[in-house]
Design a protein around this ligand. Structure first.
Ligand code: OOB
Length: 544
């Protein structure tokens, strides 16, 4: 098995420890300490669950024993693909307790993605829910096991059929490791948005991640009286740690798991549970503002709304206080590390017009031109960063690492930003070819690869186009092999490729050629940029 690692230079690691960023605490310590201090307080509310901290700890220990009883060994990787259930927390804290490594997949992922995660992480097990939104994850698990037999165990929250029922786990605590995990070691693998091809795996350590979580909780004003609503998919880095349900657990607050982020589901939960804080991507924030105008539910307990994952335009940001009667906190983060927040007491113009400033005084931010030369202060450039919770490498991916990190360890975020005189970042755009569709990052290259497998497709280039609601949507330019099929046929065919639905192009445009007249070789990036320009000025007639 390829070892998991995340290594910072010794001098920096020593500095991060000395500053108290890295405290030598593990995820298991976090829950154990919280349960010791707040045992009777409500920790988590799910569809049919209301667990105190003591109960969450007990369930996590039972889960840990159950996973180990299957024969899994500390260090084994386990793909977790669960919707927002209370069990999400007992499963992942169980895995942490057993020193197993969660690999976080989204409920929207399908066979192609799960097989990739399982292979790349060398997973030994897969945790799913039985069925959700009309989709049967057990059928998916059968296909995954057929393709990746190393995924020996499938554990199901709900009706297990031939698999192992999570409910059947018994608390044989003698199976639990007696020594603690090493807090400087990798605790879990997060999935990258992916700008080139398939998602990369992001190894995060206990030390680095818990630092970002603890300080996020302070920056977002969480206390034991807070109630955090997990509205976005719990596997995503934003609701996990910015400040997210882990931030809430850090301070002994209550976490409410919402099965869907829609106002229909979330407003009654806010009213019933007295939710004080949540996080949304921009399109959902727009939807919530619209719905708040004529809801019968009392959502006045909401104090803070975090918005991030994609650019929240100032015009929309300005409406939050008035229409939702709460404080907006913009968050610009990435699963690889760096997270920026506007502060709750910032002046209105910073909250509305910027994406915040870094968590840590030791987050190093460089804004450079395409030759990596720093631009003048206030100018627009590419954002590079390193710091106490930003990774130095992806797991097992030399090519991506060579591309994504500078020689002195800065992560190339791919984002184009400028810094205000106050030191706040404004996201201006992006240098890499991914599409940010309502916060879901889609790799142009990955979608093009799928399209090229279609017999009627000679060549394909996928670009983003602006969308009032989603922020961006995908448009695929296709040169057909002969007579052009209909766009809807291509979309239907894409859906059969067992990929997440959000990767199916929103729009398809057939063209005879890419009309690139420049002599010599043109990069895919230049090609996409040229096509995007053409689309922006194009007639609508030829689109499907
Ligand atoms: C969050 O994480 P990822 O890994 O899904 O995506 C990171 C990318 C950033 O590099 C940037 O391109 C974009 O998402 N992004 C934003 C943004 N927040 C993220 N672009 C403009 N404005 C923003 N506020 O998306 C994520 C992780 C932690 C907290 C929040 C978001």
């Amino acid at each position: 098995m390829i070892p998991l690692q995340q290594v910072w230079p010794d001098d920096l690691a020593a500095h991060y420890r000395e500053k108290g960023y890295w405290r030598g605490e593990t995820f298991s310590d976090l829950l154990r300490n919280c349960a010791a201090d707040q045992s009777d307080r409500l920790a988590v509310v799910g569809e049919d669950a209301r667990w105190t901290y003591a109960e969450l700890l007990e369930r996590a220990e039972t889960a840990a024993a159950g996973f180990l009883a299957l024969g899994l060994k500390p260090g084994d990787r386990v793909v977790v693909q669960l919707p927002n259930l209370a069990e999400f927390l007992s499963v992942v804290f169980g895995l942490f307790r057993a020193q197993l490594i969660p690999v976080y997949a989204l409920p929207a992922h399908r066979l192609t993605e799960i097989v990739h995660f399982a292979r790349k992480s060398e997973a030994a097990a897969y945790v799913i829910a039985d069925r959700r939104e009309g989709f049967d994850y057990r059928a998916l698990a059968r296909q995954v096991q057929a393709e990746v037999p190393a995924v020996r165990d499938v554990v199901v929250v709900g009706e297990a059929e031939e698999f192992v029922a999570f409910d059947s786990f018994r608390a044989d605590l003698s199976l639990l490791p007696t020594t603690d995990a090493d807090p400087s070691k990798v605790a879990f693998l997060q999935i990258s948005g992916g700008s080139t091809g398939l998602s990369k795996l992001i190894p995060r350590t206990h030390d680095d991640y818990l630092y970002s979580v603890r300080d996020s909780a302070v920056i977002s004003g969480l206390s034991a009286d807070s109630v955090y609503l997990t509205a976005l998919p719990a596997a995503h880095n934003f609701p996990m740690s910015s400040p997210g349900y882990l931030g809430a657990i850090c301070v002994g607050a209550t976490v409410v798991m919402a099965p869907s982020p829609s106002p229909d589901v979330c407003f009654p939960l806010i009213a019933r549970e007295g939710v004080t804080i949540t996080g949304l991507v921009p399109p959902l924030a727009l939807l919530w503002m619209q719905a708040a105008a004529n809801t019968a539910h009392d959502i006045s307990s909401l104090e803070v709304l975090l918005v991030g994952g994609a650019k929240f335009l100032p015009e929309a940001a300005r409406r939050v206080r008035r229409e939702l009667n709460c404080t907006l906190q913009q968050v610009f983060g990435m699963a690889e590390g760096l997270v920026n927040y506007t502060r709750l007491d910032d002046p209105e113009h910073l909250i509305v017009e910027t994406q915040g400033r870094p968590i840590s005084p030791d987050d190093e931010v460089r804004i450079v031109d395409d030759q990596d030369v720093p631009v003048a202060e206030g100018e627009i450039g590419n954002l590079l960063t390193r710091g106490p919770y930003t990774i130095r490498a992806y797991h097992n991916d030399d090519a991506a690492n060579a591309r994504s990190f500078t020689d002195d360890g800065f992560y190339r975020t791919g984002d184009v930003v400028r810094r205000t005189p106050e030191g706040y970042l404004v996201v201006m755009g992006r240098a890499t070819d991914h599409i940010n569709r309502a916060g879901e990052k889609i790799s142009a290259e990955e979608v093009e690869d799928h399209l090229l497998a279609h017999p009627a497709v000679f060549d394909a280039a996928v670009v983003s186009t602006p969308d009032d609601y989603l922020g961006e949507r995908t448009c695929a330019f296709i040169i057909p092999n002969g007579p052009a099929p209909r766009g809807v046929e291509i979309k239907a065919w894409m859906r059969k490729r067992d990929i997440a639905e959000f990767k199916v192009p929103d729009q398809i445009v057939f063209v005879e050629d890419f009309a690139i007249t420049a002599v010599g070789k043109i990069s895919r990036r230049e090609l996409r940029a040229a096509l995007r320009q053409r689309l922006l000025g194009a007639a609508k007639g030829e689109t499907a």
